[in-house]
Ligand binder design. Structure first.
Ligand code: PXL
Length: 290
């Protein structure tokens, strides 16, 4: 077996309970064959969506010293992937960390995690949300949902269904900020479908990658999608191939999360579908396609 070593630095919070961010990114990237270094931006007892009274240990001061140590050890990364950030300073620091490790061919992926369904998350201030826009300018790939994209582009949030023209306008707006690839999540036009749309620099028309919609809203699924997308690209998939895989895996995970029911704050039931994802990646690597 030939093994291509791929290394990614994942810069997200570590929420002890309620799977999201690092507790999703690390297992998914690892399962997809990506060696992953983690940089926790904050340690929380739980995520902030629906829990109250959570502990919150900010790690802003540790970020640059961690990065400098990695650099001193000679660490290099094929991808740098940031998500939920804990404070306004962290946004500037993450941008410095990107500069420290960016090389020719490094994939800098920013998930501007800030909110959902038209609302910003509890810990996000307007200053932080504006800073996320700046971070997106320096990325190769951005992957917001509609709430985040509208905030970054200064557009009013709209509920679906979404027209082809509207999705195209948002994706071109995101590319105009600077990234060469943009992915918009939560895209749908017809009832019963949900997925993502993607656009690369130089292309006019976005591609829509859809799957069957499951009723309800599921915390942490944006991180399932983002981690799978980054893993797909690192495994050599094109942007639409990686998006389709991320949509399909996320949809399977949501079906199971919905079926199992219970406390949805505990996050997506992604574990049982990891073998499926591993197989898809292995098939792709062996040339059978995504
Ligand atoms: O999945 C997004 C996310 C990540 N991290 C923390 C969160 C949230 C969403 O609420 O609270 C701590």
């Amino acid at each position: 077996m030939t093994y291509r070593n791929m290394r990614c630095a994942a810069i997200h919070d570590l929420s002890g309970m309620g799977k999201c961010s690092l507790t999703v990114a690390l297992p998914i990237l690892s399962a997809c064959g990506v060696e992953t270094a983690v940089m926790p931006t904050a340690v929380l007892s739980t995520h902030t969506g629906g829990f109250t009274g959570y502990t919150y240990r900010d790690l802003t001061e540790d970020l640059l010293p961690m990065a400098r140590h990695w650099k001193k050890e000679g660490c290099r990364f094929e991808a740098l992937y940031s998500g939920f950030l804990g404070s306004p300073e962290q946004i500037g620091l993450v941008s410095e960390i990107f500069s420290l490790f960016r090389e020719e061919g490094t994939l800098v992926a920013v998930d501007p995690v800030m909110g959902d369904a038209g609302k910003l998350y509890a810990t996000y201030t307007k200053e932080m949300a504006d800073g996320m826009g700046t971070l997106c300018r320096g990325a190769d790939l951005v992957m917001p949902n509609f709430t985040e994209a509208c905030h970054i582009l200064g557009l009013p949030y709209r509920e679906g269904p979404y027209t082809r023209e509207y999705v195209r306008e948002i994706l071109h707006g995101l590319l105009d900020l600077g990234p060469r690839m943009a992915v918009l999540t939560g895209v749908w036009q017809e009832e019963g479908c949900l997925g993502a749309a993607c656009l690369e620099r130089g292309q006019e028309e976005p591609q829509w990658l859809l799957s069957d919609r499951v009723p309800g809203s599921y915390h942490g699924t944006g991180d399932v999608f983002g981690s799978t997308l980054v893993a797909g690209l690192l495994n050599g998939m094109t942007l639409p191939q990686a998006c389709q895989l991320a949509v399909d895996y996320t949809q399977r995970v949501i079906v199971t999360t919905h079926q199992v029911g219970g406390d949805l704050r505990m996050g997506p039931k992604f574990e049982c579908h990891l073998p499926w994802l591993c197989q898809k990646m292995a098939d792709f690597r062996e040339g059978k396609g995504a």
